[in-house]
Write a protein that binds this ligand. Sequence first.
Ligand code: PRX
Length: 566
Amino acid sequence: MRSPPSYQDFTANFDWNVAERELGYRPGSPINVAWMCSDRICQLGLANKFALLWEDYQGNEKRFTYDDVRILSNTIAQFLCMQGIQPGERVCLFLDRVPELYIGFLAILKIGAVAQPLFSAFGDESLLVRLADAGTSAILTQKKHLYKVRKIRNRLPKLRHIIVVDADPTSLQEREISFAMEQAPRVEEFSTYPTTAESPSVLHYTSGTTGQPKGAQHVHYSIIAQYLTAKWVLDLQPDDIYWCNADPGWVTGTSYGIIGPWSNGITQVVLDSGFNAERWYEFIEKYRVTVWYSAPTAIRLLMKEGVEIARKHDLSSLRHLASVGEPLNPEAVLWSEDVFGKPFHDTFWQTETGCIVITNFPGMPIKPGSMGKPFPGITATVLDPKSYAPVNRAGAAGLIALRPGWPSQVRGYWNNEAGFRAKFKNGWYLCGDRASIDADGYFWFMGRDDDVINTGGHLVGPFEVESALLGCPAVAESAAVAKPDPINMEVVKAYVTLKGGFQPSDDLELEIMNSIRKRLSPLAMPQEIEFVDSLPKTRSGKIVRRILRCREFNEPLGDLSTIMED
Ligand code: PRX
């Protein structure tokens, strides 16, 4: 049996140009992620290999070879060109995990436009904020999500085209157009726009503590890192059947749900359905999944369902397991060793890093609870929060920081230069997380260094929730904070003061929750609302979420003097 290389093998004499060479990229020449993930793979002789095996919650199945993906992405690309969409314009993908999402992503990149994937469970307000900020020109969506787009389109003067992939053309209104990928005449040849390394490619919105979500802008050169990390960390081999649970509305679903596997010419499977343990195990068994990239919340949900259900299925095809998005608790690693015969390998990264930066490699001894070590080519450390100098003491806590300059690093926040600059201190990029490094160089995650709530691996910005809460007629002031949760690690909790004339009640709590769920998303919906007479504030009147968060987690408050003086 093949034994994976050691960490030393990976790091010795490392240079990112390994990936450049393997992808056939010569610095200075055009580089296009979509071409690399489809046309190039066909040219390598893999045109008839399956790129995507797709299934939905009803059991409908579709299969696409690399040649299908090449031709269908050409077909959508040509259609977008015919609508007059220009290179650099933002085109949003607001779709469930249907084939059009994966193939449309490539099509947008083929015309040199910027792909802006948004989670299809977002409500109209979440959508509006992100489309308005990006000045998006076109959106690809489905009939079932059209009502949300219709609600806001009059506030989006730059949104010229609403493209519906499954609509009956007669039911459409102004600016709406139907386009059925598989029924359209297939475009065999399309001349991919000659993007270069620094041409913008993907715009992913991510949440911070302050302000509305920020658009993390990536470039085509990012593929260098996504290709190599997928190959080395996810251990992708030519015959693998790879499954990434993540939705491409979030960065894992694009970096490792599209670009990573397809740039490696791997067959991937997609299940367009929510969590269901029985269904997931059936899916693994049916497709003989070999590599699975999942998330701690999903693993905890599987653990909750019990081992018996797993034992009913033949899961022996699984060769390598990895996880991302939240701390992977040691129990989950041990559980997976027991049930699948192999551990989940924790990987750490962010929307802004574009690729895995700290990780457990396949050939590396795992310390359950640790995120592992930096990927070769990534210089990572933890910094003292006051001096921003590396802590350099085994086991001491600090801020996770990376030396800028790896290929898939975010190039900026859309319309938010100041927010981007604030992420750098002393020549380091700050992730916004705290960790310690042990004597063997393994990183141990400790928590976020800001007020962002990580629920089931999805970041929710407190400001976005609070803004939406203020849109409820009864709410005077609010603070959104994390509350511990056994499955999702954290959920949103809102502290609310009411306007005169409103009384706290269960009905009011439900009404507010529902309003947030509809306008933002089920993830951002507070699971609990506590009505209070007042909120803790600084001398200048700013709400101090930290006090409320510490109360939820039963943590000591520490020194608040500088905050309260603010
Ligand atoms: O707080 C860290 C947490 O998720 C954040 C990044 O979220 P996002 O940009 O949405 O990207 C998620 C998927 C790449 C990080 O700043 N996080 C991510 N991976 C881990 C993690 N926390 C602990 N352990 C991890 N392995």
